[in-house]
Each structure stands twice: as C-alpha cells, then as structure tokens.
Design a protein around this ligand. Structure first.
Ligand code: PLP
Length: 409
C-alpha cells in the first residue's frame, strides 16, 4: 500500500487567493452589473518593456536556427546572466560574489519553497507574522511546522509585526535555527533599516542560525539608505541565503526568472559538528531536481540590465509607485491608518474600528465593489488589517480610490 505524505493533509484546504476569488465570484453572480476593481492579488498589469521583448524575439530566432539552437542549459544558469547579476545587482553596492554563488531559477517561489530541503526536519523556524505563505506551507509539507493549533503552527515561532512595534520583528525568546525575512515586506510593504537588519545578522552569527532573506521587492526601494540586499550587512555572507525575482522588478510573472544567492561561506552543522557548505548542497540539489531556466527567459532577464532595459524597467516601477503614493494620500486623507507603499507596491491598511479582516473585505466588496486581501490570510498578526496592491492600471486605481472615498467618506 502506498502511503501518502500526511503532512500535506495538515495544510488548510484553501489557498488565501482562491478563498478571495470564490467570494468575489459569488458577489459577481449576485451583482452582474457591478464592475469590480481588484486591488487584491499581487500580479503585475503592465506589459514587458521593449528591451525585454526584443531580447525574447532574438532568443526565439536563435532557437529557430540550426547553428544557434540550444537545448539544456547549465543548471545554475547561463554565464551571461550570472555575470550581469554580479555586475549590476551587487558590485555597485560593494558586494563581491562569485558566479558559482548565483543560481538562476524559474522565479523565486520555487526556491523559497525548496530551500528548506537543505536543513534537518527538527530545526526550529522563525517567521515574521504576517508572512508570504510559501515559507510556512513548504515547511508544513515536510513535517517541520508541527500541527495547527488555534491558527498557529506548533513548531513555528511567530514574530509579530504590527503598528505597535513599527512592523519591526523582535528577536524571540525561544531559540530559532532558521529565520525567514522578507524586505521590502509582502504583505505589509514595510522595510528594515540597516541597523535593524544588522541586529538579525548578528543574532544569526552569534547563535549559529541561518537567515533566508527574500528580496523580491528590492527594486521598489526609493531610498538608498534602506538595504537592497542582506549582504550589505557585514557577516551576512556567513549566515544568509538571498532570493531575487524578476517578477515584480520587470513584469516577469508570466516569463518566469529569478535567482538565489548561496554564498560559499554559509554552512550548517551535522549532528557530529562537521560544517557543511550549503552552496555545495544546493548545487547538488539543483542538479538533481532542476534542469535550468529557459534560454529565452534568461536572455529576457539579461536585457533588464542593459541601459535601455534599466530605464524602461524603472519607468514601470515608477508607474506602480505613482499608484502607491496616490493610494497612500487618499487613504490618509480619509483618516485611515495605513502603512507601507513608500518602498513597496503594497499598502497595509488597518481596518477602522477593529473590524475583522474578512468582514472588512466583504464590506469593501459590497460597499465599493473593490477587492482587497484580508490580512489575517497572511498570519494571525494580520487580523484587523487588509492588503492593497499598487499593481493596478492608473485609471482603475483612480476609480477604486474615488469609490473608496465615497464609501468611507
Ligand atoms: N517572494 C515574495 C515575497 C512574493 O511576494 C512573491 C510573489 O508574489 C515571490 C517571492 C515569488 O515570485 P516569483 O515566483 O514570481 O518570482
């Protein structure tokens, strides 16, 4: 008899966004004339920039010719992309990495979910709360998260990030072996200063812990004092693995490309105390389970680093950030308590009068025909908040704000 991995059965049946979609569909079925605007799901709306599109066409043409055709590529990614990454994302910030420390992937969801395979099942996991759900769910699937008790996993250490602590996670009393950090943060849209991040790097160094740092939204940072990479902090290359994505940077949610940095100095111990290089293990893991990102996607990502690519990608990010700024000022003018939206495409709105997240979601849907994402879906500390995204079109975002003004005002 084949036995199922019953850790999967512990996962909640529904994914947050399918629950939202179900409720929106029910609303549409009963209100066929209403035009719903979504400020909910975190997908982009603007097309790929011309430099990327040209690179995709050129790459497709190469694959169409016998002399330039390519099949399987290197599992770690083509040199042309890894070189561009080192030269553009790290060197200007004084970070010196080796090409062998960069692993190109098909978007960072896979690696943020898969990375936990490198550590034993009985490590303790610390997460900021609220959180991008993939970090916890991937640990649930392998049995590391324990059991769900009153909305929390028994073996996960939650570090609440709320208005009360300025959305800065505090070092927990219980020891954590592995800490997931995501900055700029999804869902709160908040960032950490270098000093705040240094606090975590020092914790990891002094406690022999690891940090999995998700930098998927670093391109949205508007102030250079805010760290784009954890390797801006001294000592981080001994304890941190970092994830990057072109999805929100350059509209690659459908193209699929990102990369993971695993410095050679990051190690974890065996029970006997031997130090093992995680770079070596990740290479072994990837060569076994991953056959590389498509040539076309990697050429597309390379184009993001050309002078035109950089300029065009920046324009699209500015487009979304204009939405974010309009949303922030409109909501503040309505007297709302709202966070984020300055260095991230997400706004984190405190529901007025302590209304529950799901109740406020429904009230907004039925009252203004605007969709948000209930904060509690990202973790217990998200209760009493909702997430709004700035990824909409300008016209739709402006209309959504008008409706919110009418409804809330
Ligand atoms: N990390 C965070 C925090 C995200 O919000 C997302 C996507 O929404 C991802 C990673 C995954 O992005 P992708 O797999 O498209 O690169």
């Amino acid at each position: 008899m084949a036995l199922v991995n019953d850790h999967f059965l512990k996962l909640p049946n529904n994914y947050l966004f399918s629950d939202v979609a179900k409720k929106v569909n029910a609303f549409k079925a009963t209100h066929p004339k209403a035009r719903v605007i979504t400020l909910g799901i975190g997908d982009v709306t603007q097309p790929l920039c011309p430099a990327v599109v040209e690179a995709i066409h050129r790459a497709a043409d190469e694959l169409a010719q016998q002399s330039t055709f390519r099949g399987y590529g290197p599992e770690q990614g083509y040199d042309f992309l890894r070189e561009a990454i080192l030269k553009n994302d790290f060197l200007p910030r004084g970070i010196h990495l080796d090409m062998s420390e960069i692993f190109v992937n098909d978007g960072s969801k896979s690696d943020t979910g898969n990375i936990q395979e490198l550590i034993r099942w009985d490590n303790s996991i610390g997460v900021t709360d609220p959180i991008y759900p993939v970090y916890i769910d991937s640990n649930v699937m392998i049995g590391r998260a324990g059991v769900m008790e009153e909305g929390r996993w028994s073996n996960v250490i939650y570090m609440p990030c709320t208005a009360e602590n300025g959305f800065v996670p505090q070092i927990p009393e219980r020891r954590v072996d592995v800490i997931y950090l995501c900055y700029p943060n999804n869902p709160t849209g908040m960032t950490l200063t270098k000093d705040e991040l240094r606090h975590w790097v020092n914790y990891a160094l002094h406690n022999d812990a690891l940090i999995f740092f998700d930098a998927a939204y670093e391109a949205y940072i508007q102030d250079d004092r805010i760290p784009h990479s954890i390797y801006e902090i001294r000592g981080a290359r001994k304890c941190a693995i970092e994830f990057h994505s072109y999805s929100k940077t350059a509209g690659f949610t459908g193209v699929r490309c990102g990369y993971t940095v695993v410095p050679k100095e990051v190690t974890a111990a065996t029970l006997g105390g031997e130090r093992i290089s995680l770079n070596h293990l990740w290479l072994r893991r990837q060569s076994t389970k991953f056959n590389g990102t498509s040539y076309i996607s990697q050429r597309a990502a390379e184009a993001v680093y050309t002078p035109e690519g950089k300029r065009q990608v920046r324009q699209t990010i500015d487009y979304y950030m204009q939405n974010a700024h309009k949303m922030l000022s409109a909501l503040r003018a309505l007297g709302c308590e709202v966070y984020g939206g300055e260095h991230a495409p997400y706004l984190w709105l405190k529901t007025p009068g302590g209304t529950g997240s799901w109740q406020f979601f429904e009230e907004m849907l039925y009252g203004a025909h605007v969709v948000c994402t209930p904060g509690v879906g990202f973790g217990p500390a998200g209760e009493g908040y909702v997430r709004l995204t700035a990824f909409g079109r300008h016209d739709e975002t402006a209309e959504a704000l008008q409706r919110l003004e009418k409804w809330m005002g």
